[in-house]
Design a protein around this ligand. Structure first.
Ligand code: ATP
Ligand code: MG
Length: 209
């Protein structure tokens, strides 16, 4: 079974210790991260997504290394600058190429995902014309490309109306049947009954709640 193992992971920024020797095994299913603003939820997701490295400790995917982890990863960051000059579809195909996905497969998947979250009508428009909620859905859609076995989602439902947020939730829950999904969301209460685990990030620690 695919799993992600964190062993004594410590992350500091300057003199501030955000994560203090955190150990946890993430198994397939939906894991929700909750905790106050500034507690380190995004930091933990960046480490899981290998966008940053810990100061000490390790992250292992099925006992493999960082490159094994990257090959199967989907990541939706909390904040990201999208390339305004590209259409959503061009951007998605670019990400898919980086993931090693065949263009035809990627195009089909992107069509299905955007269809399910109400973005399909806009995929041939330039990102410059996108609203905040459309950008958020595009960031989410690119993360799902390639059916990743590890999905790190940072506030994917922010800026979305309730109905659209629930559409994303349905796709997330579907993927979590197979994949290790770790996410933060302002809809944690709503998704908690469907989650495998709810973990609280606070004071450098990760505790089940
Ligand atoms: N690149 C950085 N340089 C310095 N400090 C940082 C950096 N990134 C995060 N921090 C600090 O680390 C702490 C954790 O930030 P993080 O963004 O992980 O919190 P969060 O739980 O995601 O908060 P929110 O709920 O507001 O998104 C904060 O004190 C933040 O100021
Ligand atoms: Mg955050």
């Amino acid at each position: 079974m695919s799993q992600l193992t964190l062993t004594a992971v410590t992350k500091r920024y300057g003199r501030k210790t955000v994560l203090d020797s955190v150990s946890h095994v993430f198994t397939p299913g939906l894991t929700l991260l909750v905790g106050p603003s500034g507690a380190g939820k995004s930091t933990l997701l960046r480490l899981i997504a290998t966008a940053e490295a810990p100061n000490s400790g390790s992250l292992a995917w099925d006992g493999g290394n960082r490159s094994a982890l990257r090959r199967t990863l989907g990541y939706a960051p909390q904040a990201v600058d999208l390339p305004d000059d590209l259409t959503a579809r061009e951007f998605a195909l670019h990400i898919a190429a980086l993931k090693g996905l065949e263009a035809g497969v990627a195009d089909r998947q992107f069509g299905q995902i955007t269809d399910a979250i109400g973005l399909n009508a806009d995929i041939n428009n330039r990102i410059a014309s996108f609203s905040g909620g459309m950008r958020r859905r595009l960031i989410f859609a690119q993360a799902l490309l390639g059916q990743p076995q590890l999905l790190a989602l940072d506030e994917p439902t922010a800026e979305l109306d309730g109905e659209t947020a629930r559409k994303l939730g349905a796709l997330i829950v579907e993927r979590a049947k197979e994949a290790v999904v770790v996410m933060t969301t302002h809809l944690a209460d709503e998704l908690a009954p469907l989650a495998t685990a709810v973990l609280r990030v606070e004071n450098g620690r990760l505790t089940p709640q």
